[in-house]
Write a protein that binds this ligand. Structure first.
Ligand SMILES: [Zn+2]
Length: 307
């Protein structure tokens, strides 16, 4: 299996003018391509999120915080979280897993359409959009800055429990206060496409060669996807583990985990499966395009970038 990492610059005009692009612009076109026998998957960057350290490290146990920051060489200042959207091209199907953040979430995100253009994939080419979950950085790219569908011809699919949660009028009353905008934003976007979206369940074949794997906890109906087999396929992890710290210590989750205990149990079980079965995985927020493998040492795991 081969992994190639490419940074495609923003057009020849900028290059000819000798323009120096800011780091965020360069990253916007990063595409990592993974190939096995008969399968090609691209990790297309939607940009990145930025968090203050007190948010990014909020789930670290107080007594371990300094050690973890040193062990993983984590920054003192702004923490960047990459956004890796999985693109599967198979036969006549062009399948996106999630759609990035769109124009309204963070200024450093919402670059997916540009990243796809750099590998000659137009929005109209996308035949299927399959969601892991309904958080802003995965869903809000569904609509563009004019509130038009970003991928107008795509079939849209989301796990039923996830769709039901974000379209339930009661969710705004029960969700954590700091995630109220997540609920309102998801509701607005899902209502806009309600007549086009279909739902699926754990274990369903959501596209040829692609099986849904229920991985609840980060959100109520979070889904991962097994493409092909461990030998020659890839596992779309979504937000089951969002940092290398969460891979190493599955009990340490993300601040946005809906049900932290369930998320931790799911994380430990999925990481064990990936390591034991030998999957290549693509994590939405993991480093270097998010493509890598999970190595197991008892109940501890290590994320190894690359195939
Ligand atoms: Zn996410």
């Amino acid at each position: 299996m081969i992994v190639t990492r490419r940074v495609v610059l923003a057009g020849s005009a900028a290059l000819a003018a000798g323009a120096v692009l800011p780091a965020t612009a360069r990253r916007a076109w990063a595409v990592t391509t993974w190939k096995s026998d008969g399968l090609q998957i691209d990790s297309a960057s939607d940009g990145h999120l930025e968090f203050p350290p007190e948010f990014a490290y909020a789930t670290f146990p107080e007594a371990q915080r300094a050690d973890l920051i040193a062990q993983f060489d984590l920054p003192d200042g702004v923490v960047e979280s990459p956004l890796n959207v999985t693109l599967l091209r198979q036969g006549d199907r062009v399948i996106l897993f999630d759609v990035g953040s769109g124009p309204d979430f963070m200024p450093t995100a919402g670059r997916l359409v540009d990243a796809l253009a750099a590998i000659d994939v137009a929005p109209e080419d996308v035949t299927d959009v399959i969601f892991t979950h309904g958080h802003p950085d995965h869903l809000w790219g569904l609509l563009d800055e004019f509130d038009e569908p970003s991928f107008p011809d795509a079939r849209l699919a989301m796990g039923k429990a996830e769709f039901d949660y974000w379209t339930d009028p009661a969710t705004v009353d029960t969700i954590a206060e700091d995630q109220l905008s997540f609920a309102a934003g998801a509701m607005r976007r899902l209502q806009a496409v309600a007549d086009r979206i279909e739902t699926f369940a754990d274990g369903d074949e959501v596209a040829p060669n692609v099986r849904a794997v229920g991985t609840p906890g980060h959100t109520p109906g979070h889904m991962s996807f097994a493409i092909g087999t461990p030998e020659d396929g890839l596992f779309v992890l979504g937000d089951v583990a969002t940092t290398v710290v969460s891979v190493a210590y599955p009990q340490i989750g993300a601040g946005t985990d809906h049900d932290p205990d369930l998320a931790a149990r799911t994380r430990a079980a999925v990481l064990a499966r990936l390591a034991d079965e030998g999957w290549t995985t693509l994590g939405y927020h993991l480093p270097q395009g998010g493509i890598g493998r999970i190595q197991r040492d008892g109940d501890r795991f290590t994320y190894v970038a690359g195939a």
